[in-house]
Write a protein that binds this ligand. Sequence first.
Ligand SMILES: Cc1ncc(COP(=O)(O)O)c(C=O)c1O
Length: 435
Amino acid sequence: MNPLDAYWMPFTMNRAFKQAPRMITRARGHYYTTDDGRELLDGFSGLWTSGLGHCHPKIVAAVQAQVAELDYGMAFQVGHPKAFELATRLADMAPEGFTRCFFTNSGSEAADTALKIALAYHRARGEGQRTRLIGRERGYHGVNFGGMSVGGIPGNRKVFSAALLPGVDHIRHTHSLADMAFTRGQPSWGVHLADDLERLCALHDASNIAALIVEPVAGSTGILVPPIGYLQRLREICDRHGILLIFDEVITAFGRVGAPFAAERFGVTPDIITTAKGLTNGVVPMGAVLVRENIYQALMQGPAQTIEFLHGYTYSGHPLAAAAALATLDVYAEENTFATARALEAVFEESIHALRDAPHVIDIRNLGLMGGVELAPRDGAPGARGYEVFLKCFEAGVVVRNGGDTLQFSPFLNSTPDELSHIFSTVRQALATTA
Ligand SMILES: Cc1ncc(COP(=O)(O)O)c(C=O)c1O
């Protein structure tokens, strides 16, 4: 038996991988080291996770100290100080009005938690008929049943079609090559796509709809940047109909769009924000769901000895995750990371759009330090070209990601211009030799 056989890898071509593995054994700063001693520049910051670079000494030290002091503490009916401290820090950092924080272990759990909070909130207010959840085509909210149901990635849904949550619908996605190809930043076309929510309000009757969940910038589907005014219009429609607006900021929070939250960058305040990834710089799994005070208060009902919200995870607010997150937030502040990322945006935009004349490129999209380069698919083999470019870059010493035929970029928030130029010149070379 191949010694790699037992591990069933996530979102991986298992058979191909085990024939030709790509194994990382060490990471420092902006580089990985492979098992055969090669240094790779990480052009994806982990998996959108590690904006500060790998093995940041302050975060490593915080986790090491924490594991020796309190490794785990019962999470239900018992607490530990760092989880409270972290929740307070996050509430302070979040947009005005976000006062409460529920901890999870991943973005998927954060999405499902947010949906459950939305349903519980309406029921507690006497609007228990608001059970419908609305997502968006091409959205990604993780792989659990709730997030998958409101998600709109066809491949992720196909096999589970009959088991998706009932009462879910989707607004249209915001992409149109014909109208917005090669836009830098937010497209000026497409604000009207937000009105699709009105169509669903009319179809289902808005009084039955609990929440709309969207990524402010759709990440996993290949970087879809919201048209100018689009998120504002979604907010207006939600307000008009009493629908909660959930921003899934698992990717966009903590500097990826040059601000603590995309909500702040776009000037649109949702009712619930989900986060994960950059919360701990990827060091320990953790997610956090931030909610507005009125939502929390609506649920604080009944006799004092009742558990108000029957939901939680054994590892909610885990001491190691809390320690990693507190250290991460410290480093973001000390190193002025979000402003650094914002300042780097113009260089990133120039570098990625310079690929416009490279072979196969049919669109380039960017916002903050998120970027996508869409390639024309090969006849009869969608995704093959993107995968080949990913492999070639890996061989050439740069890690990028392909989602089908869209190459995705998530450089470190503290990248140097030279690193950005190295990433994109490597991609250019890979494209030049790809059929
Ligand atoms: C917007 C968004 N939501 C949710 C998730 C799921 O997070 P996780 O893989 O930690 O469950 C992701 C992961 O990429 C994501 O991008």
